[in-house]
Design a binder for this molecule. Structure first.
Ligand code: ADE
Length: 225
C-alpha cells in the first residue's frame, strides 16, 4: 500500500472527462454565456468545456486552497479581487476537482456578491463526495475515497514536492545518500505511481537548485535544513 494514495491522470482522460462533463451540462439544458475557470486547476477543463459547449467567453478567478500537492493550506483565499459586471449573463464556474469544497464555495460566494451573474452554476470533473462540503451542480466522476489525482498540469510541481517530502522523512530515519534508482523505487513505494524520466530528472534538478539535494559521483545527498 502506498503511503499517499495517488492516481496518475492522463491528458486523454482529461479530454474524455471534460467531454463527458459538457455532455451532462448540455443534457440538463444549461447553456452558459460565460465560463469561469477556478485558477489554476480549472483552466484546462474550463477551456475544453468552452470548446464542447461552444462558449466564447472565458474568465478566471483564483481561489486557492491547496498550495502543495496533497497538503491543504489553512483556508481558501481569493487572490485577485477584481470586479466585473456579469449582470444579464448565465455563468458556469469550473474546477478540476471538488475536494474539501472550500475553493469552490469561496469563489461562488465572491462571484455572486461581486460579479452578480443572473445564474451561476458549478461544475467539476471530479467530486470527492466523502469529504466535500458542496456538491457541484454538474460533475463527471464521483470519487468515494480520498485520492490525490496527479493531473498532467501539475506533474512537475507534484513530483518535486513528493520527492522532497519523501527524502526529508527518509533522512530523518537515517538515510541521506541515494542512487537515482533507489529514489525511483522509494517513490513508487510511497506514492504507488511513477512519472516519466523527463519529469523525474527535472524535479531532482529543481531540488538541487533549491539546496535541498547535492549530487556527487551519481549519489544524491539530502541536505536537511
Ligand atoms: N486539488 C485539491 N484536491 C485535490 C486532489 N484530491 N487531487 C488533485 N488535486 C487536488
Amino acid at each position: 500500500m502506498p503511503r499517499i494514495p495517488v492516481r496518475l491522470v492522463t491528458w486523454e482522460e482529461i479530454v474524455e472527462w471534460s467531454r463527458g462533463l459538457a455532455k451532462r451540462i448540455e443534457e440538463q439544458g444549461y447553456q452558459p454565456d460565460v465560463v469561469i475557470a477556478i485558477a489554476r486547476g480549472g483552466f484546462v477543463p474550463a477551456r475544453l468545456i468552452c470548446d464542447f459547449l461552444g462558449v466564447e467567453n472565458l474568465l478566471s478567478i483564483q481561489s486557492q486552497h491547496w498550495t502543495e500537492a496533497a497538503m491543504k493550506g489553512e483556508r481558501a483565499v481569493i487572490k485577485f479581487k477584481y470586479t466585473i459586471d456579469l449582470r444579464g449573463m448565465k455563468a458556469l464556474l469550473v474546477d478540476d476537482i471538488v475536494d474539501t469544497g472550500d475553493s469552490m464555495i469561496l469563489a461562488k460566494e465572491f462571484i455572486e456578491q461581486n460579479w452578480k451573474p443572473d445564474v451561476l452554476k458549478t461544475a467539476a470533473l471530479q467530486w470527492i463526495s466523502s469529504v466535500a462540503k458542496i456538491k457541484p451542480d454538474f460533475y463527471y466522476i464521483e470519487v468515494k475515497e480520498w485520492v490525490w489525482f496527479q493531473y498532467p498540469w501539475t506533474r512537475l510541481e507534484d513530483t518535486v514536492q513528493f520527492i522532497k517530502r519523501m527524502l526529508t522523512e527518509e533522512a530523518r530515519s537515517g538515510k541521506t545518500a541515494w542512487k537515482i534508482e533507489e529514489i525511483k523505487e522509494k517513490f513508487k513505494e510511497w506514492y504507488g505511481i511513477m512519472v516519466e524520466d523527463q519529469y523525474f530528472l527535472k524535479a531532482l534538478e529543481i531540488l538541487i537548485s533549491k539546496g535541498m539535494l547535492r549530487v556527487k559521483d551519481d549519489t544524491y545527498y539530502v541536505v536537511l535544513k
